[in-house]
Design a protein. Structure first.
Lengths: 268, 314
């Protein structure tokens, strides 16, 4: 049996003020090197799940319960300092909108090197070299120029790749990608999917949060279908695509296919 | 950059012409006749003929545009005329008065920044907490009190009841503190409200979540947030600087400070036309220059505002 990387048990997220539960006691697990796709429509709780695992939800607004064992350690109960050393290093995130993810007033290079020096005891020069290499590794040519640029000077696709470079720089065990392709154009989407394929090939686990069956089909080994904060269905990608058991999964797939057909129709 | 400076200079010239015209126009429609006021001050019982003579000497009998052009021609040569009250050239009096005002205003700006930044950062980081609530009440009080009243209270408290600071002792640092504080409190009160909400908005931005997800320490994140919330504040602080320079009269009056504000008020009361026009012109120049400086500083700290920088896209 292969090694468990992440085991989520009864994860729930609740709004403190109204008491409304947004993610309801969900449980799932990921093995090392596995790619898991969480699929669902807007408001299904999929992004909330990703953010809860990284403890990025505002503790004054949300209350998180349950367990999330990452390499045997409960992410939700770790001390803040201990958890911070995991974030970015062992656990990385790729945000939905690359245009707003980077701090607008800081050069890309600085944002990369600051992340490196937050986790590693390396000098400025070494950090710069590593960041440069990371950008080149995701096929960003003219990496020096990108390092000198401010986020608004780069395109969405370039920023998305810079974000992938940043995620890979610290050799994480798990990358959580939240709708990583939904804010970029079709060509960039293809390139980003290629990068994700490479990440998979390196044996890094991926948790892909998406509403797009196409993306999930291209990348995921396992799929988890969410609706209204609950898991409707989970299984291997093959079983979900070929024999969906739940009505909702079928509906979602049909809607996705319809959207594809519509896209094609528009392109003619 | 050169284009920006040229545009600003053209705007400055236009503004100065407009401001001086307005100042001239309002002086001319004022019901008090400066010639008569001057005559009454210098002669015990001026006759109509004497007033007329003074009017002619002062050039006030000429048409409006002639008066204006003759004044403008002198100003261009650095001659603002002679004060009707003190009979010394206005150009000799202004620098000293201006320096006095500048000292107070600069110190008040320093106080404003020193009060605003830490209080806003703590309030924003602990939104709706006790500290935030207390600061909010404090800023409302600070905003609703006029600065001359604050000045008066400070004066009574710290110069009379507990004589820590000196007053009416122009030249010493101790005499600067209270007037500067009186100016700074209302400015800081409104700046805190703006800066706090800017910071709260910045804290909710995506880049903060992303920075946290990368495990950056909280002080680095605070740095990013400050950098993001700063540009609108810089514009605002520079504007305050301009307002403080132009509107220092009240506080100067309370503390008997020999600055440009109290000089202007005396000139207005005494119908001292050359002094009024010179002060108005100086304040207008300062205001435009301060705003221009705000733009330059913003360009330097805010890369997205720099339109001349070429974007790089593959």
């Amino acid at each position: 049996m292969s090694e468990k990387l992440l085991e989520v048990r009864n994860l729930n997220v609740r709004l403190k003020k109204s008491g409304e539960t947004l993610v309801k006691d969900i449980s799932f697990s990921m093995e090392k090197g596995q790619t898991l796709g969480i699929i669902g429509e807007s408001g299904s709780g999929k992004t909330m799940t990703g953010k809860a695992l990284l403890r990025l939800l505002n503790p004054r607004v949300f209350e998180t319960g349950g367990e999330a064992l990452f390499c045997g350690r409960n992410l939700l109960a770790l001390h803040e300092d201990e958890f911070r050393s995991l974030r970015g290093k062992a656990l990385s995130m790729i945000m939905q909108n690359p245009m707003t993810a980077f701090a607008p007033m800081t050069r890309i290079g600085k944002q990369l090197t600051v992340t490196l020096s937050a986790h590693l005891a390396i000098g400025k020069k070494e950090a710069y070299e590593r960041a440069l290499r990371a950008l080149r590794d995701v096929n960003l040519h003219q990496a020096e120029k990108i390092m000198r640029s401010y986020p608004h000077e780069l395109s969405g696709g370039m920023l998305q790749r810079a974000m992938i470079a940043l995620a890979l720089m610290l050799r994480p065990k798990l990358i959580i990608a939240d709708e990583a392709t939904s804010s970029v154009d079709a060509i960039s989407e293809e390139m980003i999917l290629e990068e994700f394929m490479k990440i998979r090939a390196q044996g890094i686990s991926l948790l892909i949060v998406t509403h797009d069956f196409g993306v999930a089909a291209a990348l995921a080994d396992h799929i988890l279908v969410m609706k209204d904060g609950c898991i409707m269905e989970q299984g291997t990608a093959r079983s979900i695509f070929h024999a969906p058991r739940h009505e909702y999964t079928k509906e979602l797939m049909d809607a996705s296919v319809l959207a594809e057909v519509n896209n094609h129709a528009q392109s003619f | 950059m050169a284009k920006l400076v040229i545009n600003k200079l053209i705007a400055l010239v236009l503004i100065l012409i407009g401001v001086s015209l307005l100042s001239f126009f309002f002086s001319s429609i004022s019901p008090v006749d400066p010639a008569e006021a001057y005559a009454r001050r210098t002669l015990s019982r001026p006759t109509a003929a004497q007033v007329e003579e003074i009017r002619r000497e002062m050039g006030l009998d000429k048409p409006f545009y002639e008066q204006y052009f003759s004044w403008a021609a002198h100003v261009l040569r650095g001659d603002f005329g002679t004060s009707l009250l003190t009979r010394t050239p206005v150009s000799a009096e202004l620098p000293g008065k201006f320096a006095a005002t500048l000292h107070v205003v600069l110190l008040s700006m320093l106080f404003t920044v020193l009060i605003t930044v830490p209080l806003s950062v703590v309030s924003a980081a602990r939104k709706n907490g006790v500290f935030d609530q207390v600061t909010r009440v404090g800023t409302i009080v600070g905003l609703s009190l006029p600065n001359f009243w604050i000045g008066f209270m400070l004066l009574v408290l710290f110069a009379v009841m507990i004589p820590v600071f000196k007053i009416a002792d122009y030249g010493s640092f101790k005499s600067l503190v209270l007037p500067a504080l009186a100016m700074a409190i209302p400015m800081a009160s409104s700046a805190i409200r703006v800066f706090r909400s800017n910071l709260i908005h910045s804290y909710q931005c995506d880049f903060v979540i992303y920075a946290r997800s990368r495990g950056l320490p909280e002080r680095k994140i605070t740095g990013l947030v400050l950098q993001h919330a700063l540009p609108p504040m810089v514009t605002m602080l520079f504007q305050y600087f301009g307002y403080a320079l132009a509107g220092s009269a009240m506080v100067e009056a309370v503390f008997s400070w020999p600055g440009i504000g109290s000089y202007l008020v005396k000139a207005i009361v005494g119908r001292d036309l050359p002094a009024i026009n010179a002060c108005v012109l100086l304040i207008a120049v300062l205001f435009v220059l301060v705003n221009f400086a705000a733009e330059l500083v913003n360009l330097a700290i805010h890369p997205t505002m720099n339109a001349s920088r070429e974007g790089y896209r593959a």
